[in-house]
Design a protein around this ligand. Structure first.
Ligand code: NAD
Length: 282
């Protein structure tokens, strides 16, 4: 029995090498960078995966084909996550393909940087719209589906899982990026509030905060030796993160191994939030 205070039940689906076997996942912004690595890791763990993309159907379809070769179902679903109608259509297509959803990974994000005096309202609204409102719209649609469908104890102890990709800038202020830092700080409290609101329904909502990860979004910070050396002054662990570092954290958080984890952010940052300026004693 899936009792309130019972020990985790064990079965083939949970003890095997594919801890997400039978689960259905949607990853936003999954045709590149962190999202692509997350989607692949979820597929390797046995989940069927919907690969959301905003633009670039070819890359998204290539990713879906790669994941299908791992023995799961995978579909590419286009949507700009900042648009309510497109998010609703994306969920409808995903549910048509898979029947339901167990895992949402809110990953899509972008930067539009400028000093505050030069930042346009359009830049502010676009970054908040994608990074924060997009996560809200997707989380709302996922919660509606989790509650409509009810428990699936054969695949997971939780009614559903939502993983919100934020950033170390959910806590570190970032001059010249006020729209981005505000969006990620917003994601943090959105995540915690939803976790509080939904824990009684056994829906887990968690955050993953990447540090500097080698992806297109921050190419300028790592693609020359000078830039890389400068970046290392911010990272106590002295290496850049790879998308697979984030994918491993997300996969664990989405699995029953993390069933008692909700409302918290896992920082995957090589120590970037450890005040590296104090490394030598300050
Ligand atoms: P990326 O640019 O490769 O990935 C972002 C993805 O989001 C892209 O596939 C892009 O097409 C998609 N996207 C953008 N706008 C969208 C929209 N309106 N609708 C749907 N999809 C949209 O960069 P990444 O580093 O893989 O970023 C993934 C997430 O990780 C972002 O939320 C980013 O803020 C966060 N992050 C990245 C780093 C890093 O160092 N790379 C650090 C902290 C946080």
């Amino acid at each position: 029995m899936e009792g309130d205070f019972g020990r985790p039940e064990r079965g083939p689906a949970r003890d095997g090498v594919r801890p997400l076997h039978g689960q259905k996942a949607l990853v936003t912004g999954a045709s590149s960078g962190i999202g692509r690595a997350v989607a692949r890791a979820l597929a390797e763990a046995g989940a069927d995966v919907a690969v959301n993309y905003a633009r670039g159907e070819t890359a998204a379809e290539a990713a879906a084909a790669e994941f299908r070769a791992l023995g799961v179902r995978a579909v590419a679903v286009q949507a700009d996550v900042s648009r309510e109608d497109e998010v609703e259509a994306m969920f409808a297509r995903t549910l048509t393909a898979f029947g339901t959803l167990d895992i949402l990974v809110n990953n899509a994000g972008l930067q539009q940087d400028a000093p505050v005096e030069a930042m346009t309202l359009e830049q502010w609204n676009r970054v908040i719209g994608v990074n924060l409102t997009g996560q809200f719209l997707c989380a709302r649609a996922a919660v509606r589906e989790f509650k409509r469908r009810g428990p699936r104890p054969e695949v997971s102890r939780a009614l559903g899982k939502i993983v919100c990709v934020s950033s170390v800038h959910e806590v570190i202020p970032w001059a010249g990026h006020v729209n981005y830092a505000a969006s990620k700080g917003g994601v943090m409290l959105m995540m915690k509030t939803l976790a509080q609101e939904l824990a009684g329904d056994r829906i887990r909502v968690v955050g993953v905060a990447p540090g500097a990860i080698r992806t297109p979004i921050n190419r300028a910070a790592w693609d020359t030796p000078e830039a890389y050396a400068s970046l290392m002054t911010l990272i106590p662990y002295k290496r850049i993160g790879e998308p697979e570092d984030i994918a491993a954290a997300v996969t664990w958080l989405a699995s029953d191994a993390a069933d008692y984890v909700t409302g918290t952010t896992l920082f995957v940052d090589g120590g970037m939030t450890l005040y590296p300026g104090f490394e030598a004693g300050g």
